[in-house]
Design a protein. Structure first.
Length: 356
C-alpha cells in the first residue's frame, strides 16, 4: 500500500485541484495545494453541472453537493429555440426520489463549497509554478518566487494553459474552435424561470444560451463564429471585447435585452479552445487532471464533471495500489479512453452542429 505519509503537491486551486485535494486529505495524505493567484479565483459565470458531476462530488463528500443544491437551481427544463424565439424542442427533466439533480449554479458557489472542506493551511496562494524536476524517488516543483516543494507525487490541475502539461507532453497547441464567447450574469427573474435552460440553436453565425442560477440571477452565453486576426492567434482573449451590435441583433428582442442589461463588469469574453487528446497524462511521479489533461469544448458541459471524476478515480487508485507507479498507470488506463471520448464528442458538437 502507498503510505498515507506520502507528500502530494497539487498545482492549481480550480475546481479539479481543490476537489482532489479535499479527497486526498480525507484519505490522510500530506497534501499541499498551490495556486498562482493571490486568493481563490471565484470569478466566472454560471455552470451547468450534469448529474454525473453531482455524483462524482457526492461520492467524495456529500456536504459539497448539499451546499451546491442550496446555492443554485435544479435543472427542470431544456428548451431549444430558433433565432425567431420559436420553440424547436422542449425537454422537461424529472428526478426519482433521492436522485441527485443536475444543477445550474454560479462557479463561485461551486468553488467555495469545495474550498470550505479544505484546511486553510493546506492552500498556498501566490505560488506560481515555474518548473518541474524529478529524481528517482521524488517530484520537485520550483516556484516563481524562488521557493520549492519536494514530495512523492506532483499533480497538475493548472487548467487549459498548463505548465505541468508542457513538462509531460511538450508542444501541445490550443485548438481554436472558431467561436468567440461572451458570458455574463445579470439580476433577472423574468426571462428565464427557475431551473430553465434555453438554447438558441446555431444559425447565421451565432448561438446563445440562458439559464437561471438561483438568487434572482440569470447566466447567459453568446457565441459568434469568428476568424482570428494574425495578432489574436495564440491569445485567450480578443483584442476588442465589445459585443458587435449587428450580431446581438440576430437574437429575439427579449433575449437581446437580457444581455444588454448586464453590467459590463459582469461580462467576460474569450476565444473558445480545446486541446487534442493527449497520448499520455503522466511521467514517472507527475500527473495531470482536469482541463490540464483534457480541456474540451463547453458544448456537452463535461468540463468540471470530468475534473471531479478524475479526482475520484485518482484517489481510489492511490488508496488501493501497491505503489505510486502502479496507481498512476491504473489511473491513466482507466481515464484516458473516457476523457478522449468526451474531448472527441464535445469538439464534434462544437464544430458541426448547425454550422453552414
Ligand atoms: C465558455 C465556457 C463555458 C463552460 N461551461 C461549463 C459548464 O456549463 N459546465 C461544466 O462542467 N464546465 C463548463 N466549462 C468548463 C469548466 O469551466 C472547466 O472545465 C473547469 O473550470 C476546469 O477546471 P480546472 O480546475 O481543471 O481548471 P481551472 O479552473 O482553469 O483551474 C486551474 C487553476 O490553476 C491555476 N494555475 C494555472 N497555472 C498555474 C501555475 N503555473 N502555478 C500555480 N497555479 C496555476 C489557475 O490560476 C487556476 O486557479 C466551461 C468552459 C468555458 C470556457
Amino acid at each position: 500500500m502507498i503510505s498515507s505519509q506520502s507528500k502530494i503537491g497539487i498545482i492549481g486551486a480550480g475546481t479539479s485541484g481543490s476537489y482532489l485535494a479535499s479527497l486526498l486529505i480525507q484519505q490522510g495524505f500530506q497534501v499541499d495545494l498551490f495556486e498562482k493567484a493571490p486568493y481563490a479565483r471565484t470569478d466566472g459565470c454560471g455552470i451547468l453541472i450534469v448529474q454525473a458531476g453531482m455524483q462524482a462530488l457526492h461520492q467524495g463528500n456529500p456536504h459539497i453537493t448539499e451546499k451546491i443544491i442550496n446555492s443554485g437551481d435544479r435543472v427542470k427544463l431544456f428548451e431549444f429555440r430558433n433565432l425567431r424565439g420559436g420553440v424547436i424542442n422542449s425537454e422537461p427533466v424529472t428526478y426519482e426520489a433521492n436522485e441527485l439533480p443536475g444543477m445550474l449554479v454560479h462557479r463561485k458557489a461551486i468553488l467555495e463549497a469545495i474550498l470550505d472542506e479544505l484546511p486553510p493551511d493546506r492552500i498556498h496562494f501566490n505560488a506560481e509554478l515555474a518548473s518541474i524536476a524529478q529524481t528517482e524517488n521524488s517530484a520537485i516543483a520550483h516556484f516563481k518566487d524562488g521557493s520549492k516543494w519536494e514530495g512523492d507525487l506532483l499533480i497538475g490541475a493548472d487548467g487549459i494553459v498548463s505548465k505541468v502539461r508542457q513538462y509531460i507532453v511538450p508542444g501541445v497547441e490550443l485548438f481554436y474552435l472558431g467561436d468567440v464567447v461572451w458570458r455574463g450574469v445579470v439580476a433577472d427573474n423574468s426571462f428565464c424561470p427557475e431551473g430553465n435552460f434555453f438554447v438558441y440553436v446555431r444559425g447565421r453565425g451565432i448561438y446563445a444560451n440562458f439559464f437561471h442560477i438561483g438568487g434572482g440571477r440569470t447566466h447567459w452565453g453568446f457565441f459568434i463564429e469568428k476568424e482570428r486576426t494574425d495578432a489574436e492567434v495564440g491569445k485567450l482573449h480578443p483584442a476588442d471585447i465589445t459585443i458587435p451590435p449587428q450580431e446581438l441583433a440576430k437574437l429575439p428582442d427579449d433575449a437581446r435585452k437580457v444581455i444588454e442589461s448586464t453590467p459590463i463588469e459582469s461580462i467576460v469574453c474569450r476565444f473558445s479552445y480545446d486541446i487534442d487528446p493527449l497520448p499520455k497524462i503522466y511521467d514517472n511521479r507527475v500527473i495531470l487532471i482536469g482541463d490540464a489533461a483534457h480541456a474540451k469544448s463547453s458544448t456537452r458541459a463535461r468540463g468540471m464533471t470530468s475534473g471531479w471524476e478524475d479526482g475520484v478515480c485518482l484517489a481510489k487508485h492511490l488508496a488501493s495500489s501497491a505503489s505510486i507507479a502502479e496507481a498512476l498507470a491504473n489511473f491513466q488506463t482507466e481515464r484516458l479512453p473516457i476523457v478522449h471520448e468526451y474531448q472527441r464528442t464535445s469538439r464534434e458538437m462544437s464544430l458541426k452542429i448547425g454550422r453552414r
